[in-house]
Design a protein around this ligand. Structure first.
Ligand code: PMP
Ligand code: GLN
Length: 383
């Protein structure tokens, strides 16, 4: 393995899911739902397979039906207009979109400013591209994790090429407010930066939180690469269908890389995701309500078990602080948790460069059936 990647080892998700299997624990670590997405969408995939839609190499940018559905979704939900032929690219999940965007846009030595804790593939993607990551730490403030705009401004240097944003944010569950995003946008315009924004949890927002796509803000559409994924919105994480929307120039750059990573993305699932994106608003509403109830169940249970809980406004993750339990090190806590309680969680420290900042935080996923969450809570109460 080359030197750019040796620091990364095996992803925490693979390590912790293997631990869950080995110990027979309830897996609230890796974020994947334990029920599949809508029946009619699965049927659409079966139909596509059976009728021979996408069984041979689909077009590099993605099948026209899906590109059209992605553009229609961005217009219907956010008033953002994209040309399906030149401004939309289908990728092998958001993971490929992130890696391809970084490989396409960075020169070796360029700096990328990203929030910390960050989703683990960001650091590896930046490293693959020879870039340097510059973390801006989100810290607890009034019950949630918040961005310090002064720190963000101070992190930008003459070598900064792009900002890598994620809202709703994994693992903290923070949803950036319109005011915060406006400040990010103003900074990007002022310093003439590109922005890659990972919005895979766009539909997983609760209470009165609002997802504001960065590309909707003044001056941003032309400098923003927006990333989405069917995995989260439709509960098909195994299908690996993601997408990029941006200008023809930026989408073209990402496509240039994608053609040598995967060439094209899996065909039949693209037709099914096109149908999923056209589901009525009621699908998105009931999915959100269902997840919100699960969030409440797990948040209440974790608080009763003695954790400090940062109630998430979005995503399907809850970040907790283990210090009220008399623990200091979230990593040690997570390694011992299967033995102690038969539950697996993720230590947030792995998402930090400044590991000390993340040491006491542990993430639990709530995209699980209610009875599974209730049993996990029962077990954790005995800690
Ligand atoms: N970005 C974030 C913030 C995520 O949480 C995930 C999923 N774990 C991804 C990207 C990757 O998405 P996909 O499965 O579509 O590759
Ligand atoms: N995005 C999911 C998480 O944060 C899983 C990602 C993965 O397994 N690579 O848990």
């Amino acid at each position: 393995l080359n030197r750019r990647l040796t620091e990364f080892g095996t992803t925490i998700f693979a390590e912790m899911s293997a631990l869950a299997v080995r110990t027979g624990s309830i897996n609230l670590g890796q974020g994947f739902p334990d029920t599949d997405g809508p029946e009619e969408v699965r049927e659409a995939a079966v139909r596509a397979l059976r009728d021979g839609h996408g069984n041979q190499y689909p077009p590099g940018p993605g099948v026209p039906e899906l590109r059209t559905a992605i553009a229609a979704h961005q217009l219907r939900r956010y008033g953002l207009s994209y040309d399906p032929d030149t401004e939309v690219l289908v990728t092998a999940g958001a993971t490929e979109a992130i890696a391809a965007a970084l490989l396409a846009l960075l020169e070796p030595g360029d700096e990328v400013v990203a929030f910390e804790p960050y989703y683990d593939s960001y650091a590896a993607g930046i490293a693959l591209a020879g870039g340097t990551r510059v973390p801006v730490t989100l810290r607890p403030h009034e019950g949630g994790f918040r961005l310090d705009l002064d720190e963000l401004r101070a992190a930008v240097t003459d070598r900064t090429r792009l900002l890598l944003i994620n809202t709703p944010h994994n693992p903290t569950g923070a949803v950036l407010t319109r005011a915060e995003l406006t400040a990010v946008a103003e900074l990007a315009v002022e310093r003439d930066l590109l922005v890659v924004t990972d919005e895979v949890y766009e539909h997983l927002v609760f209470d009165d939180a609002e997802h504001v796509p960065l590309a909707t803000l003044p001056g941003m559409r032309e400098r923003t690469v927006t990333i989405g994924s069917a995995g989260k919105t439709f509960s098909f994480t195994g299908w690996k269908v993601g997408w990029v929307t941006s200008t023809p120039e930026l989408v073209g750059a990402v496509r240039s890389v994608k053609q040598f990573l995967t060439y094209v993305s899996s065909g039949p699932f693209q037709y099914a995701v096109a149908e999923a994106l056209s589901l009525p608003d009621s699908y998105f509403e009931s999915f959100r309500a269902d997840l919100c109830a699960k969030r409440d169940l797990l948040a209440t249970g974790l608080a009763e078990a003695g954790f400090e809980v940062f109630r998430p406004a979005g995503t399907y993750f809850i970040t907790t602080d283990v210090r009220p339990l008399g623990e200091k090190d979230g990593f040690a806590f997570c390694r011992a948790l299967p033995e102690r309680a038969g539950v697996v969680a993720i230590p947030n420290a792995v998402f930090y460069d400044n590991r000390d900042e993340g040491a006491p935080f542990v993430r639990f996923a709530f995209c699980k059936r209610e009875e599974v969450l209730a049993e996990a809570v029962n077990r954790l109460r005995r800690l």
